[in-house]
Design a protein around this ligand. Structure first.
Ligand code: AMP
Length: 462
C-alpha cells in the first residue's frame, strides 16, 4: 500500500501527520498529491469526508516550504476559497495542523467577524490565506489584501459556491489573480456550469475522481420513516430516547423550522443547539463547539449552515425534512460515517415529501429501507404516484439547475453593502450566510428587494 512517504511528502509534514494519527493516504490523497507536487493544475471530484483537504494542503505546504520567500505586504502565496465560514475555518485549522513544523503563516478571513483583526492578520503578508469569496472582495476593495502574488489557488466545494450564488465574486477574483499560477479545483459534482467555471480557472488540468459523486456513502446505514408532518417532533423525541444516538445532526428545511425544533427539544429535556444563517457568527461557533464537545447531543441545522461541518463521531444524521434536491441528501448523510467510521441516517418523510424520496432513490440507485415506529404511516405502495408539491419547492434538480442564477445583486465592499441595504436590498454580508431559499423554495434575495409595486385598482367607469 502507498504511504505518505512514497507520495513524496516531506519529513516535517510526515511528523505532523503522525501526530494527527493518519497512517495511510486516502484514495484522493494518493491520486492528487503527486500531481500537485509536480506543479500541475488539478480538477478533483470528491466530497467532504474523503480527505480532500489534506489532498491539497499537504503538497501545497510542501511546495511553499521548498521555496520559502516572503509573500510581500498584504499579499498571499496561496489563496484557498471556500463557500462557508465553517469550512474556511476548518481548512485554516488543517493547514496549521499539517504545517505545524514548517513555520509557515496562515490567515483565515470570512464574513461576520471583525474586519479589523483580519486586516491586522493580512498586513505583513501570509503564506496561506483561506477566505470566503465575499469577505475576500471586501478586503480587496478596502485595499487590505492584494492578490497579484498568488502562486497557488484552490477553489474548494465549487458546486456549493455556485449554489450560494458566488459566481460573480469568483469571476471578479479571477481577474485579480496572476495568470502564471497553479490552480486546484474541487467539487463533489461536475454539471456543465461547474465545468465551465473550472475551464476559466484551470490550465490543462489533470483530473482525479473518487467515489462517483451521486453514490450514497456506502458505510451509512439508511432508513426512512413515513410520518405525518405534525408528528415529526414527537417521533424525534421518541428516537432520541435511544442512547445509541450519541451525537445527532438534524436537518430542518428552514431557519425558523430549526429554531422551533430546538425549542421543543429543550422543553422536553434534550440538550440541543441550532445553527443557521440567522445566527450571529458567535452563536454559530458556540453551537458547533457545544456539539463537538458533547455538551449538546443534538445540533439542528439548515442545509447550507451545515456544509463542510466536520465533526467526528456524528452517530446519526436525521432528516427532519427531506431535501427537495436529491444531491443534498447525499451531502447530508455524508456528515456521518466520516473517516472510516460507520453511521446511521434516518429520514422523516411526510406524505407530501414522497416525491423527494423517489428522487433520492433514483439518484442513489438504492431503495431506502422503511423503518416502522409507533408514529409510522403506512408506506406507499411501489406503484403509487407521489404527487409533487406545487410551486418552486417541488422543482426537480434539473429544473432547478436551469433557473437563472440569482446572485447578480452582489457588491464587493461591506460599505457598499450597507448602502445597498438602505435601499431595501439584502446586505452583502448575507452572501456568506447561505439558506437563500424560503420554505416555498423562493430565493430570499428576491424577497429582500424592494416591495412589489401594485397598480392602483381603478374603479370601473360606468
Ligand atoms: P475532508 O474530506 O478533508 O473534510 O476530511 C475528512 C476527515 O478525514 C477529516 O476529519 C480529516 O482529519 C480526516 N482525514 C483526512 N485524511 C486522512 C487520512 N489519511 N487518514 C485518516 N484520517 C484522515
Amino acid at each position: 500500500m502507498t504511504s505518505f512517504q512514497d507520495l513524496g511528502v516531506s519529513a516535517p509534514i510526515l511528523k505532523a501527520l503522525d501526530a494527527e494519527g493518519y497512517t495511510a493516504p486516502t484514495p484522493i490523497q494518493t491520486q492528487a498529491i503527486p500531481i500537485v507536487l509536480n506543479g500541475r493544475d488539478l480538477i478533483g471530484l470528491a466530497q467532504t469526508g474523503t480527505g480532500k483537504t489534506a489532498a491539497f494542503a499537504l503538497p501545497i505546504l510542501d511546495r511553499l516550504a521548498a521555496n520559502r520567500k516572503h509573500a510581500g505586504e498584504k499579499a498571499c502565496r496561496t489563496l484557498v476559497l471556500a463557500p462557508t465560514r465553517e469550512l474556511a475555518a476548518q481548512i485554516g485549522d488543517s493547514f496549521r495542523a499539517y504545517g505545524r513544523f514548517l513555520g509557515l503563516s496562515t490567515a483565515v478571513v470570512f464574513g461576520g467577524a471583525s474586519l479589523f483583526k483580519q486586516k491586522q492578520a493580512l498586513f505583513r503578508g501570509v503564506d496561506v490565506l483561506v477566505a470566503t469569496p465575499g469577505r475576500l472582495l471586501d478586503h480587496v476593495s478596502q485595499r487590505s489584501v492584494r492578490l497579484d502574488k498568488v502562486e497557488i489557488l484552490v477553489l474548494d466545494e465549487a458546486d456549493h459556491m455556485l449554489d450560494m450564488g458566488f459566481i460573480h465574486d469568483l469571476r471578479k477574483i479571477a481577474t485579480l489573480l496572476p495568470k502564471a499560477r497553479q490552480s486546484l479545483f474541487f467539487s463533489a459534482t461536475m454539471p456543465p456550469p461547474i465545468a465551465e467555471l473550472a475551464a476559466q480557472f484551470l490550465n490543462n488540468p489533470e483530473r482525479v475522481a473518487v467515489t462517483p459523486p451521486s453514490t450514497t456513502a456506502e458505510r451509512v446505514e439508511q432508513a426512512v420513516i413515513h410520518v405525518d408532518q405534525n408528528k415529526k417532533q414527537d417521533l424525534l423525541h421518541a428516537l432520541l430516547k435511544d442512547k445509541t444516538i450519541s451525537r445527532a445532526l438534524v436537518f430542518a428545511r428552514t431557519k425558523h423550522g430549526a429554531d422551533r425544533v430546538v425549542k421543543k427539544l429543550e422543553s422536553a429535556g434534550f440538550e440541543a443547539e441550532a445553527i443557521h444563517g440567522n445566527k450571529s457568527q458567535g452563536q454559530r461557533t458556540r453551537a458547533l463547539e457545544a456539539f463537538k464537545k458533547g455538551h449538546a447531543r443534538v445540533l439542528v441545522a439548515t442545509e447550507i449552515a451545515a456544509r463542510g461541518i466536520d465533526v467526528d463521531d456524528v452517530s446519526h444524521v436525521i432528516n427532519y425534512d427531506l431535501p427537495n434536491v436529491p444531491e443534498q441528501y447525499v451531502h447530508r448523510i455524508g456528515r456521518t460515517a466520516r473517516a472510516a467510521r460507520s453511521g446511521v441516517a434516518i429520514s422523516f418523510c411526510a406524505p407530501d415529501e414522497r416525491a423527494y424520496l423517489r428522487d433520492i432513490e433514483k439518484l442513489t440507485k438504492q431503495t431506502v429501507p422503511v423503518m416502522e415506529t409507533d408514529f409510522s404511516l403506512a408506506a406507499p405502495k411501489a406503484d403509487e404516484r407521489a404527487p409533487r408539491p406545487k410551486g418552486p419547492a417541488g422543482r426537480g434538480p434539473r429544473q432547478q439547475q436551469q433557473r437563472k442564477p440569482q446572485a447578480a445583486k452582489h457588491h464587493a465592499s461591506e460599505a457598499h453593502g450597507k448602502a445597498h441595504a438602505k435601499q431595501g436590498h439584502a446586505p452583502s454580508r448575507a452572501r456568506d450566510e447561505g439558506d437563500r431559499r424560503d420554505r416555498k423554495g423562493n430565493s430570499v434575495w428576491s424577497n429582500s428587494g424592494a416591495p412589489p409595486k401594485y397598480r392602483k385598482q381603478r374603479k370601473p367607469t360606468r
